[in-house]
Design a protein around this ligand. Structure first.
Ligand code: ATP
Length: 372
C-alpha cells in the first residue's frame, strides 16, 4: 500500500465501492464509530466513492459475555472482505483479568499493522500552532516483551529487557514516514485552510549518543533509506533529534515539526505528549497501518464517565476516518474531511462539552457534513 499512497486518485471517473469494517468495541466507541460511517456516506459524489459497511465484534464487554475479546470471524472478515476499517475503543479492566488481552493489540499483530500514525493538529487561533504527525514503529524495540528477572549472588533481584531494533522493520517505518511527509504536502496543496508548513520535513528521533548500537541502527537506517531514495525524497528536509531534546522542543516550539519518526517506546511517549498540546483527547486521531491495510482509531479510550450521554466528541473518529482514506489511496477525499473539521473548529460554535460547548455528538457530525 505504501507505494500506492500517492498514486491512487479519488478523482477517478469510475465509481468504486469500498467495504469498511466497523468495530465499535466498548463504551463511547459505540457512539463515535457511527460518526465515521455517516461521514463516508455523505462524502460528495464527485469523489466517486461508494461504501459498504460490515459490523464486527471485539472488546472487553464481548470478552465478559463470550470469553473472547477478538473473535476469529472479525479478523477473517477484515482480511478477506474489507478494504479498510474503523476501530472505536476498548475498556481497560482496572486489574488483571485472567485470559483477557487487548483486542486492538492482537488485531495489529494479526493484520501486520506495523506502524501507528498519530497526527496532532491545533485549532487555528487557539494556543500554539501545531501540525505534526508521529510515526511510531509498532512491532519491536523494548516492546518485544522479552524480559527476565534473576537473582544476583547477594540475593538481590535484577530485571532485564531486550531492546530489539532491526534493519528490516526500521526500513519499513522510515519509508512510511517519508511517504507520509510527501502525502501531507499533497494534501496541504489540496486544502483551503491556511497551512503551517511550507515544505515537508521528517525528524528522526533516537538516543544513539547512549544506545549507539540499537538506536544507532535506527538512525543509520532511516538516513540510508532517505539517501537511497533521494530522487523521490529531495523535497523533504531530513532532520534528527535526540529524544530528550525532542520532548523539550516539542513543548517549546511544536510548530517546527512536520513528520516525526521514532522507535516504539519513544513513539509511544511522544504521541501521548503531542496529544496534550491540542486540548481534548476527543480531537486526536490515529491509524494502525501495514503494507496492505489501515485501521483508523481515535486515540481516546472508552470514556465510561460520559458513555450514553450523547456528548462524546466525534472529531477524533472523523479525522481517523480521513486518515484511513489517506492510507487507502484517497487523499483528496481525506482533504475534504479535514477541511470540514477545521471549518467546524475554527467557527467554534457547534462543539461538544469537552471543548466548552453544549452540542451533542450528532449535532457536531451534522455540522461537519454540512461543510462538505
Ligand atoms: P479507558 O479505560 O477506556 O482508557 P478512560 O476514561 O480511562 O477509559 P479515556 O476514554 O481516554 O480514558 O478518557 C479520558 C478522559 O477524556 C475522560 O474524562 C473522558 O471523558 C474524556 N474523553 C475521552 N474521549 C472523549 C471524547 N471523544 N469526547 C469527550 N471527552 C472524551
Amino acid at each position: 500500500m505504501l507505494r500506492s499512497i500517492r498514486s491512487f486518485s479519488s478523482t477517478s471517473k469510475m465509481l468504486k465501492t469500498l467495504k469498511i469494517g466497523l468495530i465499535p468495541g466498548d463504551g463511547i466507541g459505540k457512539e463515535v464509530i457511527p460518526a465515521g460511517k455517516q461521514i463516508l456516506e455523505n462524502l460528495p459524489s464527485s469523489y466517486n466513492l461508494d461504501f459498504e459497511f460490515v459490523n464486527l465484534d471485539a472488546g472487553f464487554e464481548l470478552f465478559k459475555k463470550t470469553g473472547t475479546a477478538l473473535p476469529d470471524k472479525t479478523v477473517e472478515v477484515l482480511k478477506n472482505e474489507c478494504d479498510g476499517a474503523l476501530f472505536g475503543a476498548v475498556s481497560s479492566p482496572s486489574s488483571k483479568v485472567e485470559g483477557y488481552s487487548s483486542p486492538i493489540v492482537a488485531l495489529r499483530k494479526k493484520m501486520g499493522l506495523y506502524a501507528n500514525v498519530r497526527p496532532v493538529k491545533s485549532v487555528e487561533g487557539i494556543g500554539r500552532p501545531v501540525d505534526m504527525v508521529i510515526v511510531r514503529e509498532n512491532t519491536e524495540d523494548l516492546y518485544v516483551k522479552e524480559e527476565k528477572t534473576y537473582k544476583k549472588e547477594d540475593g538481590t533481584k535484577v530485571a532485564e529487557a531486550i531492546k530489539r531494533i532491526s534493519e528490516t522493520a526500521t526500513t519499513k517505518i522510515a519509508k512510511m514516514a517519508y511517504e507520509i511527509a510527501l502525502q501531507r504536502q499533497s494534501i496541504r496543496e489540496n486544502t483551503k485552510t491556511k497551512q503551517l508548513h511550507l515544505k515537508p520535513s521528517v525528524t528522526v528521533t533516537h538516543k544513539s549518543n547512549v544506545l549507539s548500537q540499537s538506536d544507532g541502527l535506527f538512525r543509520e537506517t532511516c538516513k540510508k533509506v532517505y539517501d537511497v531514495n533521494i530522487n523521490d525524497y529531495q523535497n523533504i528536509e531530513y532532520k534528527e533529534q535526540i529524544v530528550d531534546s525532542m520532548v523539550y522542543r516539542m513543548f517549546r516550539e511544536p510548530e517546527i515539526f512536520d513528520v516525526v519518526v521514532a522507535p516504539n517506546l519513544y513513539g509511544d511517549i511522544l504521541s501521548d505528549g503531542a496529544a496534550a498540546l491540542v486540548g481534548s483527547l476527543g480531537l486526536v486521531p490515529s491509524a494502525n497501518v501495514g503494507d496492505n491495510f489501515a485501521i483508523g482509531e481515535p486515540c481516546h479510550g472508552s470514556a465510561p464517565d460520559i458513555e450514553g450521554k450523547g456528548i462524546s466528541n466525534p472529531i477524533a473518529t472523523i479525522r481517523s476516518t480521513a486518515l484511513m482514506l489517506e492510507f487507502m489511496g484517497y487523499p483528496e477525499a481525506a482533504a475534504k474531511i479535514y477541511d470540514a473539521v477545521d471549518a467546524n473548529l475554527s467557527e467554534n460554535k457547534i462543539k461538544t462539552p469537552d471543548l466548552g460547548g453544549n452540542s451533542s455528538t450528532q449535532e457536531v457530525i451534522e455540522d461537519i457534513i454540512k461543510r462538505f
